[in-house]
Design a protein around this ligand. Structure first.
Ligand SMILES: Cc1cc2nc3c(=O)[nH]c(=O)nc-3n(C[C@H](O)[C@H](O)[C@H](O)COP(=O)(O)OP(=O)(O)OC[C@H]3O[C@@H](n4cnc5c(N)ncnc54)[C@H](O)[C@@H]3O)c2cc1C
Length: 343
């Protein structure tokens, strides 16, 4: 954080110790790091790496394909040769538009490394029920509980979420997704407490007072003080109530079901959204094949790893970037000094 502040990028810390630029612009971080690298004497070459060359168990260079567009020097040839150290820092395979398409996994595999199964993490979830009518709606100060059906709670947090055309997303949902087993997303339910600040007795009194106020309205027109209007039709249907019933004929039993629905609106999960839309890739180069002190490959001399290409992932809010920065600093220093390289 001190580094970024010194590079002219003020930071803010949000709930859950999540750190962001005050500007909320990722491009500020990229610009600061690019300037920092250039000012430190690094030469930036814009080229696509197509392979890593080795001889006798040690790296000797990388093959590249020039991409020719502005932003630093353009690669003049097709290889960087000789090189006594290469760092694979190609990121994961989500958001391929950012350039990380999973090439590093291919390079690592070709050199004998194990890549653990790759799957999306910090990703939107598709629901088994139709939520298309709620698309674009965001909810603040709700509690999301993720439960393995018929069993244990795997995640519970207060925060913000939103609805997509076929499911749920937003900070709470992205974090919750990291707790779902890859093979069985359809076994989980997301339960939303729409009124986490009110216990059942208080909420019950609040519903009664609203119903007294709106006793001549239909149910669908009596919940506006408690819910965003876009959610009301869905909420009433989820409670199994008649939207057109007059408030003064709502039974105690219906009130009880409405109360339960406020405290536990259930969205059965069908699937993860595709990995291309995931914030981070779960899985990667097996950490057992990397020396954690130097980030050096235990298999190929002069080869190092940094960032998301490694089998590590964490919550959003700077934790993945911290992994990338910390492993990057260590890999860079080791590559420069030859630390960890097998003789
Ligand atoms: C929308 C979004 C939001 C995110 N929000 C957060 C957040 O709030 N907090 C957080 O901690 N993390 C966040 N992340 C995750 C975080 O950005 C990544 O974990 C982190 O950037 C990984 O760093 P990296 O250097 O390993 O890889 P990347 O940042 O992916 O960089 C890899 C680079 O390698 C280049 N590359 C790949 N293949 C080749 C090749 N063959 N030749 C040449 N170059 C190549 C790519 O072009 C890319 O520039 C977010 C990610 C996304 C997509």
């Amino acid at each position: 954080m001190a580094l970024f502040e010194s590079l002219g990028v003020p930071l803010k810390t949000e709930r859950g110790r999540r750190v962001f630029p005050v500007s909320d612009k990722a491009s500020d971080i990229v610009r600061a790091l690019t300037r920092y690298a250039r000012d430190s004497g690094a030469v930036l070459v814009r080229a696509e790496v197509t392979g890593i060359e080795t001889a006798d168990g040690a790296v000797t260079g990388v093959l590249t394909r020039s991409v020719g567009e502005g932003g630093g020097q353009t690669a003049s040839g097709d290889e960087f040769h000789p090189a006594d150290a290469v760092i694979i820092a190609t990121g994961g395979m989500s958001y391929p538009g950012t350039g990380s398409r999973g090439d590093g996994y291919r390079f690592a595999r070709a050199l004998g490394h194990t890549v653990t199964p790759l799957s999306p993490s910090l990703v939107a979830l598709r629901t088994a029920c139709d939520v298309s009518s709620l698309e674009g709606l965001s909810l603040r100060n709700v509690t999301l509980t993720l439960r393995k059906r018929g069993g244990r709670v795997v995640y519970e947090e207060l925060g913000e979420m939103l609805f997509t055309d076929d499911g749920i997303s937003g900070p709470l949902v992205l974090s919750a997704s990291a707790h779902i087993e890859d093979s069985s997303p359809e076994l989980y339910d997301a339960e939303i407490d729409l009124k986490p600040g009110l216990d059942e007795a208080t909420l019950g009194r609040r519903i009664l007072s609203d119903f007294a106020k709106y006793q001549n309205r239909n149910l669908c027109n009596a919940l506006n003080d408690l819910l965003p209007s876009k959610l009301i039709p869905y909420f009433i249907a989820a409670a199994g109530a008649d939207p057109h019933i007059k408030i003064n004929s709502v039974t105690k039993e219906t009130r009880r079901v409405l109360l339960e629905t406020f405290k536990r609106l259930v969205f059965p999960i069908r699937d993860f959204a595709p990995i291309a839309q995931a914030v981070v890739t779960r899985g990667g180069v097996d950490v057992r094949e990397i020396d954690p002190g130097t980030m050096a490959s235990r298999l190929v001399s002069g080869l190092y790893f940094a960032g998301e290409v490694i089998d590590v992932d964490a919550y959003t809010g700077g934790f993945n970037l911290q992994i990338a920065f910390s492993t990057g600093v260590r890999a860079g220093a080791s590559a420069a000094s030859g630390a960890g390289a097998k003789k």
